[in-house]
Each structure stands twice: as structure tokens, then as C-alpha cells.
Design a protein around this ligand. Sequence first.
Ligand SMILES: [Zn+2]
Length: 182
Amino acid sequence: MTPEELSVLYEKAIDLTQESNDEKELLEMANSLSALPSSIKDIPELHTEEIINALINRRVIVLHEKALKILESAYDAVQKCNVLSHNNDKKYYENGKRLIEDYTIVKNAVEELEPVIENILNEKAQHNARNVLSVLKGQMQILHGLHLEKERKMKGKCLFCGGDFKGTFNKVCTNCGKKKSY
Ligand SMILES: [Zn+2]
């Protein structure tokens, strides 16, 4: 690496510590500086270690802010769940498309929020995020159950276990023994 290249790299690194909102870019730069040979990175005037720390700290904050945004959209999904929970009766979901749409909204919110909860620095906000996640997971289960039931009904299977019915008038599940209820 020429001295010119080196000075470009360090200038870029310092810029990133102040203005980058891209966690990948920050991590890559921290790794690039760490990977420099000791003969370079141990030169005191370069302050390599401080710059690496600043890059890592900035990344922590970027990840935190990103997680808060995801939490906000998860709140929106919960709001929608609240609307739904009044309509959790099966009538509302007789329209199968609506059921799948709502299930997808809730599932996406869970999948986005779960992996970033640890990135939330504020303890209270992290606690809220865990509550939101558990509400969403509960709703996901309810919707999944409704979907399963719908599918079983469509295929003429037992609502409880998905087994086949036997009998002509009083149909009974061959698997769990429950009567056909529809
Ligand atoms: Zn059954």
C-alpha cells in the first residue's frame, strides 16, 4: 500500500466515523484497518485503534436506530392485530385471502423484529420490544390455527388433527375419534 493509498484509507475511515449510516460499511472499514500490518497500524500518529473503536461505536448506534424503526413498524402490526382481535371470529376470516394477508403481515413483523431486539440499547425500549414480539407471536399462532382449520375443512378432514373421517351418518375421525363438527 502506497502512502497516498494509506492516507486516502484513513481519511475515508475518519469520515465514516462521523457520517456513515451503513452498518456494513462501518464494519468493513473497521475490519480493513484491523487487517493492516502492525508496521502500519501501530504508528501512533495514525490513531488506528481509536478510529476502529469510533467505527464500531457508530455501528452500534446505527444498528440501534435501525432496530427502533423496525420496532415502530412492529407496533403498527400490533395495532392491526388489535383491530383483528375484535374480529377474531371466523366470520371475519371467511375470506381466505384476508386471513393469509394478515398472517403475512404478522409473520413478517416477527421475522424482522426478533433478530434485532438485542441491538436496542435502551433497556425499557428493549423490554417493550419483547412484549410486542410476544403479542405478535400469539397472533401469528391464532391466525395459523384458523388457516389450518380452513384448509382441513376444505379437504374434508378432521379439524382437530387433520385425520380422515369414517362412517356415513355419524362421521368420526379415524385418528382422534372426534365427531365431524361441520
Ligand atoms: Zn381427528
